[in-house]
Design a binder for this molecule. Sequence first.
Ligand SMILES: [Zn+2]
Length: 72
Amino acid sequence: MGLFDRDDENQPVWINGNALVCPVCGNDHFWSRETQLNTAGMTFLGLDWANVSAQNYVCSECGYMFWFHPIK
Ligand SMILES: [Zn+2]
């Protein structure tokens, strides 16, 4: 899973039983990707302690991107 790997299949996303809806355009279909948080950029920002991946969901209509950090 690379930094810019991308699932081009737009689909509804459910988070803890709640449908994800874009707050910008109201769309409910997203493509997803994982982003390593321990990148050089994050190290620059002082976040290199976060050796984890975030789950991103990107609105298929307007490109608004959600970031979900692992809870555990
Ligand atoms: Zn949108």
